[in-house]
Design a protein around this ligand. Sequence first.
Ligand SMILES: Cc1ncc(COP(=O)(O)O)c(C=O)c1O
Length: 397
Amino acid sequence: MKFSTKIERCELSPMRKYAPYADAAKARGMHIYPLNIGQPDIETPRAFFDAVASFTAPVLEYAPSDGVASYLEAVRDYYRRIGQTDLTTANLLATNGGSEALWLTMSCILDDGDEIIVPEPYYPNYSTFVTLAGGKVRPIPTTPEEGYHYAQRSKIEPLINEHTRAIMITNPGNPTGSVLTREEMKMLAGLAHEYGIFLVADEVYREFSYDGEQMASMLEFHDAAENVIVIDSVSKRFSACGARIGVVVSRNKDFLSEGMKVCQGRLCCPTLDQVGAAALYNEGPEYFAAVKEEYRRRRDTAYDMLMQIPGVVCRKPEGAFYLMAKLPVDSTDAFQIWMLEHFSASGDTVMITPGEGFYTTPGKGVDEARLAYVLKHDDLVRAMRVLAEGIDAYNHR
Ligand SMILES: Cc1ncc(COP(=O)(O)O)c(C=O)c1O
């Protein structure tokens, strides 16, 4: 049987490769600290479960294709609270997580052979959605020495050609944790506007910015109203990854009406999860302040301990809950496998995410890795100690 060339060009998750090694290590009784996955350990607010438990309709019906009214209204009110006062529910399409928002967007804006400019390293699933839509990622190169910052006109403008349909950015960034300044955001919006291309802004980590930059959205740049498409989700904001509820936000009516075709094609997002997600948006500023403070403390600890390891190259990340660094090993892939097969610090080891999977450019990221600081503080401290010991042992093996 023949499969599509599009799906054949896609890759399985780069993280999956290490699962058999991790299973074998666990079977030997090893304890593994997972610094490799972006699954927050913060509790999901009770409001989600209470709203679902209070749902009384006699039939669990299909929801409207663009979303349950209470969910769309809750998202609209949230955006109004962060300054986007003109937005209405007509600017929103509910999606199955940020993931479907990305898939829907790529389906609407890319044709075979089209290009989308993305700073690399980037969230690996972008490749899947771009490739399935027939497009190609044109990477903006960055370096660990520069903290993976990419938002310079001189770096991006030469990459725009007649095939370019969009620039796609993640702010705050996964895997890099870098956060754009307002000036940089303005430059990107201006560039998209000037060249008549879309600016896809994945803002699923919006609240997680630790160094005084205001929580921001590309929706603030009204000159680029037709260009900006925002990808958003409850997964990280409310530690509710299993709810599978996201949203795409835009002021471009044509984009929204094309997107509605995808929404109708997949009928709807889960009704109960939207009911729960609507309730999450009632969380007040104290919820966000507490969560942000917790992650900021973890970021500081993870970064400070990482920088004590000789040879590490990393600039302090400003947001999300990741840090990406060059590690003093020949290959983070070989190091990760060795950590699972041969290393033990009193029965402990760690998992990180080797860097190559975040790059399109062959050969890049070989000595880099992403660390997710999603562990409770004491566990994080232990995990960073185990990592440091592991690097030392690996280099002296
Ligand atoms: C940058 C980024 N975008 C989108 C997603 C998709 O998240 P979800 O589909 O759970 O909303 C993730 C998940 O890790 C992510 O890191």
